[in-house]
Write a protein that binds this ligand. Structure first.
Ligand code: KG4
Ligand code: ZN
Length: 343
């Protein structure tokens, strides 16, 4: 089966084509991505209306690119999948509308995919895919969750953020330091030149006894510290960046280790944009190695939003027999949608 996947939940337009194969991991035939980061940078964050308009401009040329790269014809596509949520409503509607229009023109079924299921399954695109069951640390710009994944479609929420997401903590702190959007990669690059122990920043909920996170207070602490430094901030920015990163990574690693101890799982995956963070990777790797736990990551290009993970998740759900493809092209999007709610 050939599955075309379209991602448009935020500021990246992604399209990809996968081929399902029995019970094996679907094969990625081609993918293409357009990031709107340059456009939103001028505003210091994503402007939803501009995001939707740009998805409209990009999605069909990207689809043509993917079909060309895969040397396949649109008429050969068996299912058209799109990100149904969570995400920006207008941006999601572009992907959903185009997917339904394409599918209607081709006379093929459509399928809505949960964006976070895409992130969660994205390590299966790597050369060293995980085996079920595993623990997943999902860390993106909008979500921070620990989940137990028993198989495709079986996701148990163990803990999540009660306020800001880890990516948001990176982005908001970076903005306070005058770094460009999206702050995560910029802050972590600056942190390389700083001392992570230079400033004592809070580790909220570290000893809460559960697996929930809270990052809103950290942003306030960074702001207080920046104000206290005043004109000195410029020369201490790398130290502040390193201390912020150390606080976020410390909480993520400690909570993940608690989740591993609690579940007894010996495999884990890290997914979502913050999973690209080098300090998080090195600290998790060494802590997990000591505990005999294997950590799997998506390829760096599939850590942040992309179409490949949406086509893959659709393909894996189809292979697992979890989808009854309905005729008809009425659609909706779900800007807020819990992953634990899907089967
Ligand atoms: O998964 P993603 O592309 O989009 C969402 O679904 O939210 O994640 C984007 C987030 C942003 O907050 C970005 O700053 C963060 O991932 N990010 C990073 C790094 N690369 C991306 N945060 C820390 N270090 C990085 N290297
Ligand atoms: Zn995402």
């Amino acid at each position: 089966m050939l599955v075309l996947g379209i991602e448009s939940s935020c500021d990246e337009t992604g399209v990809a084509l996968v081929q399902t194969r029995g019970q094996g991991v679907p094969v990625l035939l081609a993918d293409a991505l357009y990031s709107q980061i340059d456009m939103h940078q001028a505003y210091g964050g994503v402007v939803p209306e501009l995001a939707s308009r740009d998805h409209i401009r990009r999605v069909l040329p990207l689809t043509q690119q993917v079909m060309h790269r895969a040397q396949r014809l649109l008429a050969e596509v068996d299912v058209v999948a799109y990100t149904r949520g969570p995400g920006l409503a207008g941006a999601l509607l572009v992907g959903a509308g185009v997917a339904c229009a394409l599918a209607a023109a081709l006379g093929k079924p459509v399928m809505g995919v949960h964006h976070l299921e895409g992130h969660l399954l994205s390590p299966f695109l790597s050369a060293d895919p995980p085996e079920f069951p595993f623990l997943a640390l999902l860390v993106s710009g909008g979500h921070t969750q620990l989940m137990q994944v028993d198989r495709v479609g079986s996701y148990t929420l163990l803990g999540e953020t009660i306020d800001d997401a880890a990516g948001e903590a990176f982005d908001k702190s970076a903005k306070l330091m005058g770094l460009p959007y999206p702050g995560g990669p910029h802050l972590s690059r600056l942190a390389l030149a700083g001392d992570g122990a230079a400033f004592k920043l809070p580790r909220p909920l570290l000893h809460s006894g559960n697996l929930d996170f809270s990052f809103a207070g950290l942003k306030t602490a960074v702001l207080t510290q920046a104000k206290k430094l005043g004109p000195e901030l410029e020369s201490r920015k790398a130290d502040l960046a390193a201390s912020t990163q150390a606080a976020i990574v410390d909480v993520l690693v400690k909570k993940t280790l608690s989740a591993l101890a609690q579940t007894g799982l010996k495999r884990m995956v890290v997914a979502g944009g913050v999973g690209a963070n080098a300090l998080l990777r090195s600290q998790l790797n060494s802590a997990c190695q000591q505990r005999g736990v294997r950590v799997h990551y998506p390829e760096l290009e599939f850590c942040t939003d992309n179409g490949a993970m949406i086509a893959l998740a659709a393909g894996m759900r189809l292979q697992a027999g979890l989808e009854t493809l309905q005729p008809g092209y009425t659609f909706d999007v779900k800007p807020r949608w819990s992953l634990a709610a899907i089967g």
